[in-house]
Design a protein around this ligand. Structure first.
Ligand SMILES: [Zn+2]
Length: 293
């Protein structure tokens, strides 16, 4: 097995546009993370502004009517909030961030974007605050260079949007480990789809390991690194900081050992269960730390 040569610096995609246009925590936390990086909280990380997603790219993953509705502002109520030019800018920047991070990971072994993967966005409509599906775009971008792509979705909720867009794709393997059945989807292939809703904290890391085993053989990994599985960020009692830290190390070690380039997206992580947004951002910083280790 070849070893991926992780090159430094770790380039993470982010721009001020990510966090404008809506008050959604899923995007506003990116600003706090960027601040932590600028303060040097994790060494050897560089922030890079992405190019925005193009209409052509959006049409690879979404239906023409839906793309037209969102781009034109014809539909005022979209998944990420009330349509505005600023909100559209944010959506296109975060979607473009996943594309650019994927290209960077293909070149230098690993990368990420301080945007959500937006795994609830379906082919024909947005849902669960997700307008366009950055994970699905990342998969298609990676497939221009590699034979098979894996998506590891460890957000607390299931990624029914990603499945809706990519389920029939023969070159995409999806392992979805959640702690909540929201947006659960039905696998249609034993070899390409794994969906598990973990019912007890003691099963969590075992199921993550099972998911990584399931993904053996893919040549590129897209990691939806949700922190909402954490007991105080919207998740399950017993999924502590230590569990999250071990999870991040398991994923990155797996990529390194299997010689698989890896890209991360932030995904969920919320203040609903008592954390401040800074504390949520601190949790997401664990992913960056694991990527740099
Ligand atoms: Zn979630």
């Amino acid at each position: 097995m070849s070893v991926v040569n992780f090159k430094y610096p770790l380039r993470v995609f982010y721009s001020e546009d990510y966090a404008v246009g809506s008050g959604l925590e899923t995007v506003t936390k990116s600003r706090l993370l960027a601040k932590m990086i600028k303060e040097g909280r994790v060494p050897r990380v560089e922030l890079v502004a992405p190019k925005i997603a193009t209409e052509e790219e959006l049409l690879l993953i979404h239906s023409p009517d839906y793309v037209e509705d969102v781009l034109s502002g014809k539909k005022k109520n979209i998944a990420a909030g009330i349509w505005s030019k600023k909100l559209l800018k944010s959506i296109l920047a975060t979607t473009g961030g996943m594309r650019d991070a994927t290209i960077e990971a293909l070149r230098n072994g690993r990368s990420g974007s301080f945007s959500s993967g937006l795994h609830h966005a379906k082919a024909d409509f947005g849902s669960g605050y997700c307008t366009f599906n950055g994970l699905a775009l990342a998969a298609l971008v990676a497939l221009e260079k590699v034979g098979e792509v894996g998506i590891l979705d460890l957000d607390a909720h299931c990624g029914g949007g990603t499945a809706d867009i990519l389920k029939t794709h023969k070159k995409v393997r999806i392992a979805d480990v959640s702690v909540c059945s929201y947006d659960e989807w039905r696998p249609t292939s034993k070899t390409r789809h794994m969906v598990e809703v973990v019912a007890a904290p003691g099963h969590y890391l075992k199921t993550v390991k099972k998911a990584l085993k399931f993904l053996e053989g893919v040549e590129f990994l897209i990691y939806n690194a949700g922190m909402d599985a954490h007991e105080k960020a919207g998740g399950m009692d017993g999924i502590t900081l230590e569990v999250i830290q071990e999870r991040e190390m398991l994923v990155v070690e797996w990529a390194r050992e299997h010689g698989v380039p890896i890209v991360f997206a932030l995904a969920g992580g919320y203040t609903w269960s008592g954390l401040t947004l800074e504390e949520v951002a601190e949790l997401h910083l664990e992913t960056v730390k694991a990527f740099i280790a």
